[in-house]
Design a protein around this ligand. Sequence first.
Ligand code: HEM
Length: 347
Amino acid sequence: MNPAALIPVAEPLPIHWVWFDILLIVTLTAHLLFMNALVGSAAIGLIQSVRGKRDVLRQVGMKLPPLLALTINMGVAPLLFLQVNYGNFDYVSSVLMGGWWFAIVAVLLASYYGFYYCKFQYDSTAPGLRTLLFAASLAGCLYVGFMFTNNMTLMLHPEYWPEYFTAKGGFLNFADATLVSRYLHAMVGALALGGLFIALLGQARDNREFVDLGMTWFTRATLANLAVGIWFLFAQPSAILKAFMGGNVPATATLVASLAAMAVMLLAGFKKQPKQAAVWGTITMFLMVCNRHWLRTLSLEPWFDISTTPVTNQYGSFFLFLGFLVVGLAAIGYMLKLYFTARGRGV
Ligand code: HEM
């Protein structure tokens, strides 16, 4: 079977595709930052708890339900933009995963409930049961992340799609040599930024122990992730590897810029400066998402060229969207201001 026959025809776009790509990259950066704070701080809290130090999990546990809510909310936006530009690949890979993909809704609900229960029944729950609940909720998040890595790699490779006809009820993308390193790259990164989140929490509360612990996780996990990132890069097919090694100038420049940003971020980490590390961490994350976007463009090259998708030039809805975005952000800013002013007054 020719896999190209399985790729649906791209729908016309209302405005130039580049706008959707920009929005996709920006919103995915926000999604991944929240995801990292959630998964990383929960994992570190759990490890500390198993070592008999419960304070981190207790403090972080108060933040996990809102962090999960923000991760999900910030995930909706890139999902929509992804479907606009790359729906003819992403819809197919979602369907091919079948039950594995569908299950993320139920798993997320269960994880959410687990984190909520731990937050509001912390003192009335036995420590062993509490740790188990936290672990199960975190495992749910790890499952969801793994399903996203499966989907985002499967969408890039229509040559794997015909497996659906022999697999029963959906399949995962284990045929892809980049799957494991890509997932580990995301999760070890989460440990680093989760550590940074704990350090920021410590700085806000004048808790030196949290700052030291968080920054130690941040620097060590980042160093480990450098090795995982190199593994991920070298696991790519040779054409993609060559593109990132000078063959494609913008892709290579993005990779070099992201590594430079990571070096500055790491330096701030070693100096134990959580705020500076957070600024450079955000810049590094943005550039890493850009790398990931290059990877998608280069991987899809044999199958799809987005510049050939017809554009109908209906900019009205785009301006309406921008208007609501500006008003929405201003409203959120105003609410945050009220919240912090009230907190300052002890309300
Ligand atoms: C605990 C919950 C979640 C975790 C741990 C998580 C984790 C991840 C990870 C690791 C990736 C990168 C995958 C890769 O490229 O290899 C990712 C991408 C993505 N996530 Fe999430 N995610 C979560 C929830 C959600 C939800 C609920 C949504 C949507 C409603 C969402 C939307 C997305 C989208 C659209 C992408 C990829 C965008 C793109 O490829 O440009 N995520 N997520």
